[in-house]
Design a protein around this ligand. Structure first.
Ligand SMILES: [Zn+2]
Length: 194
């Protein structure tokens, strides 16, 4: 299915099923969450994944872990330049206010709540997402800077479920930082069940 920039969708995978994210037009970050379909209090945890992998970003073949340190997804294939983010939180309404925006703005945190509500779930707090294609540069002294994504049209990331899982994809609506490129343009992505 085609997911428009700024919007959200979810797919429920049985263990061993795979889903692919394809960039259609180039730079567009996709925030990804995964929840155990039998118990959504277990979810993909970026901090547990960093600890278990001893890495700041996963590459093809790496497992993504849950908050119970169990495999929940595996990054099975990555044809992009391999730059993704496991550090930053999802954008939310306050983030846009802090960037000077007034009034409502679509955001990844609300996108997640919307997708989970459609599945009949409510969560108290928003887990940090796996930010596919997000380019966060780590500078001297540990400084962090969001740079334009390096993903090119046609690049693909494939994820395999390691348990029955609800996987949520938010094509990040950020147009006030370099997250989706200097033009701040939101672009569609393709989400496909293999
Ligand atoms: Zn976002």
């Amino acid at each position: 299915m085609r997911l428009e920039g700024g919007h959200v969708t979810s797919i429920t995978l049985a263990a061993d099923e795979q889903v692919r994210i394809t960039s259609i037009e180039g730079p567009q970050v996709v925030d990804v969450w995964a929840f155990n379909a039998e118990d959504v209090s277990e979810y993909l945890s970026t901090e547990h994944t960093r600890s278990c992998l001893e890495k700041l970003m996963p590459s093809a073949g790496d497992i993504l872990y849950s908050n119970r340190r169990r495999p929940i997804l595996t990054l099975t294939e990555d044809t992009s330049p391999g730059i993704h983010d496991l550090l930053l939180s999802a954008c939310d309404s306050v983030r846009y206010q802090l960037l000077g925006h007034t009034g409502p703005h679509r955001n990844c945190a609300d996108n997640l709540r919307e997708a989970l509500a459609a599945l009949g779930h409510r969560i108290k707090s928003v887990p940090s997402p796996f930010n596919v294609f997000e380019n966060v540069h780590i500078g001297p002294g540990g400084s962090l800077k969001i740079e334009p994504p390096l993903v090119r049209a046609g690049d693909q990331v494939t994820l395999r479920a390691e348990m029955n899982a609800h996987v949520v994809f938010s094509a990040c609506p950020m147009d006030l930082a370099l997250t989706n490129g200097p033009d701040g343009k939101l672009r569609p992505v393709e989400i496909s069940l293999l």
